[in-house]
Write a protein that binds this ligand. Structure first.
Ligand code: NI
Length: 133
């Protein structure tokens, strides 16, 4: 892809913030940090505008709660056209970690994530919002 250079004028404190971001997130340079911020802003916009997006729903739960697993499976069947893959990892004797890769309209993915995360017995749940492009 064609890379163009441009000059940026920034207040000193903003430049300090940018350099802190570069250091904290181990970006190789300021350009890479700015690329990250622009793509993050684009992802946020796509989700806000209810566009076709991709992401992952991460769930941690106790697998002894059979009712929870049944409800989660029912929900995943209801929304099967949004689900690309499901990875299930047995974390320890009682805890399971499930990562559900999803793609579809932002509002539908949020609806699925909210319903899964709200199930009784889910210890932790999070929707990671990313982009298709
Ligand atoms: Ni398990």
């Amino acid at each position: 892809m064609n890379v163009k250079r441009f000059g940026v004028s920034l207040e000193e404190n903003l430049l300090d913030d940018l350099d802190q971001l570069v250091e904290k997130q181990h970006f190789p340079n300021r350009s890479q940090a700015i690329r990250f911020l622009i793509s993050q802003s684009k992802v946020d916009e796509n989700w806000q505008d209810d566009e076709e997006v991709a992401g992952a729903i991460v769930l941690v739960y106790d697998h002894h709660k059979k009712d929870l697993q049944n409800k989660s499976t029912d929900l995943q069947h209801d929304f099967h056209d949004l689900i690309l893959s499901v990875q299930h990892v047995h974390l320890d004797h009682e805890n399971c970690l499930e990562t559900i890769a999803v793609k579809g309209k932002a509002s539908m993915l949020q609806s699925l994530a909210h319903q899964l995360i709200a199930l009784k017995g889910i210890k932790h749940g999070k929707l990671v919002m990313s982009s298709c492009s």
